[in-house]
Design a protein around this ligand. Sequence first.
Ligand SMILES: O=C(O)CC[C@@H](O)C(=O)O
Ligand SMILES: [Zn+2]
Length: 531
Amino acid sequence: MIRSSVLKPLCGLAISKPWSRFRIPRIISSPCLKATYTTKISPKLTTETYPSVKRDSKFKHLSSEDITFFQSILSQQELLLASDQDNLEFYNEDWMRKYKGQSSLVLRPKTVKKVSQILKYCNDNHIAVVPQGGNTGLVGGSVPVFDEVILSLNYLNQIRDFDPVSGILKCDAGVILENADQFLAEHGYIFPLDLGAKGSCHVGGVVATNAGGLRLLRYGSLHGSVLGLEVVLPNGAIVSSMHALRKDNTGYDLKQLFIGSEGTIGVITGVSILTPPRPNAFNVSFLALENFQAVQNVFVKAKKDLAEVLSAFEFMDSYSQDLTRKHLENINHPFEEEHPFYVLIETSGSNKEHDDAKLEAFLESVIEEGLVVDGVVAQDETEFRNLWQWRELIPESAQANGGVYKYDISLPLKDLYSLVEAANQRLEQLGILGDVPKPVIRAIGYGHVGDGNLHLNVAVREYSKQVEEALEPFIYEFISSKKGSISAEHGLGFQKKNYIGFTKTEPEIRLIKDLKHHYDPNGILNPYKYV
Ligand SMILES: O=C(O)CC[C@@H](O)C(=O)O
Ligand SMILES: [Zn+2]
């Protein structure tokens, strides 16, 4: 039975700041916050877990002269040394507390010129560097593997310029995404990207990783909205092309190479981006479906019937909701009963009556056609937030029992869910699927249907070679056989450093390596990662 709320005329959602809803809390290594962090932590993936990865002897170990040089150009606040008892764990360890390096030096320059001086010095002296934004990455790309110097963009955090006529924003790379969005909200605009970690991640970081997020369906990829970049190359050269132009056909579009390069060929210090007008009418509905074919059919209908107001179309399987129900045990799920699949559909437009009418007609028709078996629609801002949390808190819930192996995958829509089924089948056949004493709890599937992007998470009690070998290369081979991509949005980082060949061809990989060598001949930038 569809709840009456779906069929009732939708009442107003006068939401002033709809985007600042639930976020995945950032795990900060402060003693007071740690006390409230109850999730069990599995042993980290360090170089001990990967004995085959060796520290490259071409990189110099830091000497006292090196530290003296950095101290001569940076203030005390801009330089953190392990020996000063500054807590470097926050910078050495990733958000998932899964990958951990052993750097003893964090540099946090406040000017682009200082970034340039640092890189030039490191390049001349063969000192390895890992650039770092908000450190919210999910593939171990933003933390050192060994003792690489951490170059944090934290203090490059100013809005540089905003043109309210064109909607073009220029800012430093270290501006926190949510701050950029709040700034834009004051001018009636919106950042064309939204993700769970928006309260911590940096604008430069999302560009360097070409993050996708929850509304790529609506606003497209950063390859389309970024208009210009300022980048510092390993030799210290500052390449500035902070254009405020939608059209520029003068030769190669150099900025595209840096979008998604994961800090391997240059450090992004400034971003110029086209932002769209901010919608002011929001609706979110949460629907239950019987199978993945119905998910696809509802998606096709949503694209057609909701057209330009459709802003998110997310799916979740019952296993992902199972783990989330357990994790949020004191909060009521939108549905008492379990269903094989759920979708969350968000609309955002500029005319409330128009959007409500469109949504209502759409919902009535998917119910009549039997594609949807139950559904709810948020009636106010609290319900809007409540519904979103059942999607946004899945990653945290999957990790809450110990650890999680994450795969973010592009596949043709028709094959999207078959990988989750194949993974569970394989784990079962190997006798490792279940709960204690089996190491794997469950493989779950959710993600951005609208973008053909599956998030396959394998929740485990703890990380182990046995589980990893059961999953890899099996998952990558499956993706390759369906002509998908082993990374839809998280990048390759350290996790997938050996697997690029499952998506890119040999000639493509050769070109990537040539480009890396051209921009970073000494290989100092983000070594041990994918290139
Ligand atoms: O943790 C994951 O696997 C997915 C994270 C993020 O991309 C999301 O869409 O929630
Ligand atoms: Zn995602």
